[in-house]
Each structure stands twice: as structure tokens, then as C-alpha cells.
Design a binder for this molecule. Sequence first.
Ligand SMILES: Nc1ncnc2c1ncn2[C@@H]1O[C@H](COP(=O)(O)OP(=O)(O)O)[C@@H](O)[C@H]1O
Ligand SMILES: O=c1ccn([C@@H]2O[C@H](COP(=O)(O)OP(=O)(O)O)[C@@H](O)[C@H]2O)c(=O)[nH]1
Length: 238
Amino acid sequence: MTKPAYKRVLLKLSGEALMGDDAYGINRSTIERMVADVAEISKMGVELAIVIGGGNIFRGVAPGAQGMDRATADYMGMLATVMNALALGDAMRQAGVVARVMSAIGIEQVVEPYVRPKALQYLEEGKVVIFAAGTGNPFFTTDTAAALRGSEIGAEIVLKATKVDGVYTADPKKDPSATRYSTISFDEAISRHLQVMDATAFALCRDQKLPIKVFSIVKPGALKNLIMGGDEGTLVHV
Ligand SMILES: Nc1ncnc2c1ncn2[C@@H]1O[C@H](COP(=O)(O)OP(=O)(O)O)[C@@H](O)[C@H]1O
Ligand SMILES: O=c1ccn([C@@H]2O[C@H](COP(=O)(O)OP(=O)(O)O)[C@@H](O)[C@H]2O)c(=O)[nH]1
């Protein structure tokens, strides 16, 4: 068997993707499939940290948050990521994967706080670390949290698993003539205002020279293929 292309990765899982075909919340078969994919690569010895989103439950910029104080709405969004992280951690436990949830906001009775050396220790022990509550700050996204935590833990790459299979010339959901890039530089992604990730996340990864792979969360085997160095999704590079 060939060796994985990476030793340590940061996987960003979209909250919205956890809905599967449901209208909101967490779809059981979707989460189980994700966990099976994660279990497979964890067992190959790849050190894996996960940042989970919250868009399936609450988004600070959602219509439901209209009229709310933005920071309050964002804290609700962060709490939504904590719920997803707990669900993901438990699904991992059921699948025989040892996972630890760490939160960026203090909520000690529920999950342990994020402490960087502790997270590094878990990774070295082969445990999957799930980062909850994004960056812990309003006005940010979990994509930025992925860039931040990826930088902090010395990940070789940020893997953004999302509903589309890469970065397109325009939003493929709105423009059917959009074409997919196989690679694109951070500068180009930022200057073209490509919305697949927010500019803060792109800029942080660019400055830290941390590449990003955008790939499909729905395509079976995509995560394993790219971990093995296969051609998958779009590479965003310096
Ligand atoms: N240039 C683009 N290339 C790919 N996807 C894009 C682009 N512009 C906008 N999008 C949209 O961005 C979405 C992914 O970003 P986001 O909604 O933040 O996902 P996530 O929930 O995974 O964080 C895709 O579903 C896609 O419709
Ligand atoms: O560092 C962060 C991360 C998330 N959020 C809030 O949490 C919500 C859910 O996160 P996100 O939209 O990134 O989730 P995803 O797109 O992955 O479902 C966001 O809309 C924000 O309101 C925040 O305020 N700060």
C-alpha cells in the first residue's frame, strides 16, 4: 500500500453538509458516512484535526438572525458548532475512533477548553481532535477557524469539505457555465472575490503558506483519494 501524502491535516467540515437531504439539523446517515471516511484515514496514521461548522443549525448572517445584534447572533452560531462537534464526537465513539472535542469558548461542563499544547498532545497520540466554537470570536467564520487552527497545529494542508467539488470561476449553483480550477493562487482567489471561502481565511492561509484543498463532501472516497495524493478538488496555493 502506498503511504498517505500527509502526516497532519486540518479538515473543515461544513455544518450545512451535515444536513444531508434534510432541511436542517444533523442527518444520521450523512454523519455516519463522514465518520467512516475519517476513521479510515485516521487508522492509516494520519493525524487529523477537524473544525466543524454550524450552518445547519444557525448562522449569524441568516435571515432568522435579522434584527438581532450581530455579535449575539454569532455567539449563537458558535454554540451551534458545539452541538455539531458533540454529535460528531459521539458518532466517532460509536465507530471506534477516539476523538476529543475542544471549545474556543468556555463551556467546561460540556466540553474541555481549547488549549493548544493539549490539542497537540492528542494529535500525537493519534486521537482525532474536534475544534468547536470556531475562533471564539464573533464576525468570523469556521473557515477562518480552520485556517487559524490549521496554522496553530502545524497542519500541512487545510481540507475544506463542502457541497461543491472545488473552486469555480463563479458560484456554480448560480452560474451553470462556471468552470472548475484544478489549482488557483490565493491572490487570484481573493482578487476575483471567489466566495467559496471568506477572504479572511484565504489571507491567513496565504500569509502562513498553508495550502487549502476544496473538495466535495458528497463524493464517496474523495477524502481518502486526496489523502493518498490523488487528483481531487481544487488546490489553493501561495
Ligand atoms: N467561485 C466559487 N467556487 C465554488 N463555490 C462557490 C464559489 N462562489 C460561491 N460558491 C459557493 O460557496 C459554497 C461553499 O461555501 P460555504 O457556503 O461557506 O460552505 P460551507 O458550508 O462548506 O462553509 C458552495 O456551496 C458554492 O455554492
Ligand atoms: O469564529 C467563528 C465561527 C463561527 N461563528 C458563527 O457561527 C456560525 C456558523 O459557522 P459557519 O457559518 O462558518 O458554518 P458552516 O458554513 O461551516 O456551516 C457563523 O455564521 C457565525 O455566526 C462566529 O461567529 N465565529
